[in-house]
Structures are given as structure tokens and as C-alpha cells.
Design a binder for this molecule. Sequence first.
Ligand SMILES: [Fe+2]
Length: 253
Amino acid sequence: MEKSKGLDRRRFIKMAALAAGGAAFGGRISFAGAQQTAGKPESPIYPALNNKAEKASSQGLPPLPYAENALEPVISAKTLGFHYGKHHKGYVGNLKKLVAGTEFEDLSLEKIITRTAGKADKTAIFNNAAQTWNHTFYWRSLKPKGGGEPPAVLKRKIEASFGSLDACKKALAAAAMMQFGSGWVWLVLDSGNLKVVKTGNADVPMTAGVKPLLTIDVWEHAYYLDYQNRRADYVAAVLDKLINWDFAAGNLS
Ligand SMILES: [Fe+2]
């Protein structure tokens, strides 16, 4: 158990370091196990998130932080309506059914995620809990009239880790294209450094002990109605016009 925990952590760091350097990286980051939280606080990143993404602590469906048409023309109201009203809501509903009457029923979303990650008999609960959390975090990673320059405190860290804001955006875009199939691209804080990582399906970076600052959903349902198979165009538009650097900066502390 301890050995696999160390391997997972080292593999994550290796992949993340490649991304921080702006290099292409492949393979699926695997967070194979809630055991990765052993020896640490159960939710090492959540005290900070509780202030900035407090709704993510809920098992319920928090309201969107903006109107469904507020992200147009980059993300249409139709896409956002389906994404939030069908997909996100669906994960919330599935989770509610799955945890009813179980030890997870009254736990925060974060505790459900960390306690079910990597457990084969809890895969359905993990997937729906993580997807619920990921989507709430994603909505807050975007904003109308986003993009542009990050707050100074974040920009300094971006430049220290990537060399420039443009290099950071290129790393995020490259990771989005390298993610095979469904998944997520993240800007994370790991031991004081910013890194770009990607996760497959519902996987989340916090089970490896790093703090997510923002994310971009690269599941096809996030962009297919507007961009069909042009994931690169969707990600580029999000980074230029919607990404919420203020949210990411707020998650630094
Ligand atoms: Fe999604």
C-alpha cells in the first residue's frame, strides 16, 4: 500500500513537472487510491477552497454563478444549459441515490471523494462525487469577460513557474489536446510551484495532495454543440475570453 502510494505520487510529480516546463506529456495520470491521503489531513486543499469554492463542499447542485447565456459567444446558452442542467445535475442525482443510507450520506463531497478514490467497489460513488465537484469548480473557473491578465500575485507565480503567461496558457492548451478521451485540465499549486496537469474521466488532482487553482472541462459535452470536434478552438477561446484568473488567484491562499 505504501509503495503504491509513493509510486502514484512520484508519477504525478513527474508528469506535472513536464507540464510546468511547457513540454508535451502523455499518458494518464492515475490517482489509484484514496490511500494517497494517508498520513495527511483528509482534505489537504479544502480549507482554502472552502472560502473560494464553498459550494463545492455541498453534495447538491449549486446555482450557476452567472446566467446560462453569460458565456456567449464562446460557450452557447444551449451548451451551458445541457452541461449544467443535464450533465452536472445528473451527477448530483446519481450521487444522491448512491449514497442514500450509506456511510457517505452525510459527508461533504470532498470526504466522499477522498474516501472512495481508488476503491473498486466504490467507483460509481467516486465518479459521481468527483464529477459533481469538478463541475462546480469548472463553472467558477470561468466568467464573462474573463481571460486577460491575472492578478499580480498569480502572474508572478505563473512567470516563476512557466516563464510567461503565454507559456502557461500554451501548457494548458497542450495538456487539453494530449488528454485522450474525456477528462480535465488543471492549473495546480504543488509545493509552492504552479503546474499544469490533466486527469482522465472524473479523476481529480487533490487525491494526489495538490491544490487545484482552476480547471477546464475537456469532455466532449463541454464543447461539441459549439465546436464539434475542434477541442483546440474551444480551449483557446476559453483561455483568451473566459478563464477566471481571479478565482485561481483566490485559491492560492
Ligand atoms: Fe462536463
